[in-house]
Design a protein around this ligand. Structure first.
Ligand code: JS2
Length: 304
């Protein structure tokens, strides 16, 4: 039969027994730590739902489009801006609205972006527009020396894009974004255009132009961005004249002109702001741009 020897615990072996109290404290501490870790994992990993809106979602491939447009502009179209850091512009832009409720964006949210991207527009070259975006852009593209807001870096990058964030994620919301009739005026997109339109107007100098749509009953609409933001942010100490071009579309004919009440409302505002106002119906160089697309139109035979 095998002998078993049980050796007593010797004095010189290190003492490995802990007091009962210390064992209980360690156990409770371990339990609290495990609970804390599980709670944190639950908080950060549990998929919380995005807010759901009725509007179009963030434009697909937004970061790639943003960076691509920024590089095309700074490296090809306006090489004088080649030192701009497009990745930093994108990250600063996103910080204005990611992880925030897209109906609660403020002008201050976009201030870091506006401070980061500064661009000097030469005097006498600013072209504002209202309900005439396509024609204004066709004109500046042909004319080559004038700037609409969308011919500046930030306007060029963001034109026709949609974007918004969500409080539950640090990414952009590619499912939906609020649209204007969701009682959400302070949304990511509108606030952006409001901020950069104000800056564009504040920076304008010399003689500035505005292209208005004479085929509408009210070419000058006081609640538009031009009528409510840009008109009131032109600096009379820098801008001495606003030249309005009331353009009538070749197809729709004319509904209003420089002599109409709508334009007179704009003139009165300019008078009060000590900025000279002038108005021209169907500014000839712009008419040429319209006639390129419709050379056989009777109005164009006379023009060409
Ligand atoms: C461009 C967008 C988008 O003078 C112009 C521009 O400087 C513009 O920023 O603001 C003025 C036009 O706005 P307004 O007078 O309200 O005319 P609209 O034809 O009704 O244009 C409404 C949209 C202006 C702001 N905006 N601008 N590209 O993608 C874009 N998205 C919005 N909301």
């Amino acid at each position: 039969m095998a002998n078993y020897e049980f050796s007593p615990v010797s004095e010189d072996r290190p003492c490995c027994r802990l007091s009962r109290t210390v064992q209980i404290c360690l156990g409770v501490g371990l339990l609290i730590l495990i609970t804390l870790i599980v709670s944190l994992l639950f908080i950060f990993l549990w998929p919380r739902s995005l807010l759901v809106w009725k509007g179009k979602p963030t434009t697909n491939h937004f970061p790639e489009i943003f960076l691509g447009r920024c590089l095309v502009y700074t490296q090809i179209l306006r090489p004088e801006m080649r030192d701009q850091d497009c990745k930093k512009i994108l990250s600063t832009f996103k910080r204005a609205f990611v992880s925030k409720n897209p109906c609660n964006i403020t002008r201050e949210d976009y201030e870091p972006l506006v401070k980061l991207v500064t661009q000097t527009i030469p005097c006498n070259t600013s072209l504002f527009w209202s309900k005439s975006k396509d024609l204004a852009h066709q004109y500046t593209r042909v004319q080559g020396k004038m700037f609409t807001l969308e011919d500046t870096l930030l306007g060029y990058i963001a034109d026709n894009l949609t974007w918004c964030g969500d409080p539950s994620t640090s990414d952009m919301n590619y499912d939906s974004c609020p649209q204007w009739n969701e009682n959400c005026p302070n949304n990511s997109v509108s606030m952006f255009w409001d901020v950069i339109s104000k800056k564009f107007a504040e920076a304008a100098c010399g003689v500035v132009q505005v292209m208005l749509n004479g085929s509408l009953p009210e070419p000058f609409y006081k609640n538009s961005i031009f009528g409510s933001v840009e008109v009131y942010n032109l600096d009379p100490s820098k801008v001495h004249k606003l030249q309005a071009w009331v353009m009538h579309s070749l197809e729709a004919g004319s509904s209003n002109s420089c002599s109409g009440s709508s334009i007179n409302e704009l003139k009165l505002i300019m008078d009060k702001r000590n900025i000279t106002f002038a108005c021209q119906d169907n500014h000839r160089p712009v008419r040429f741009v319209q006639c390129v697309q419709n050379p056989e139109h009777p109005s164009c035979r006379a023009t060409i």
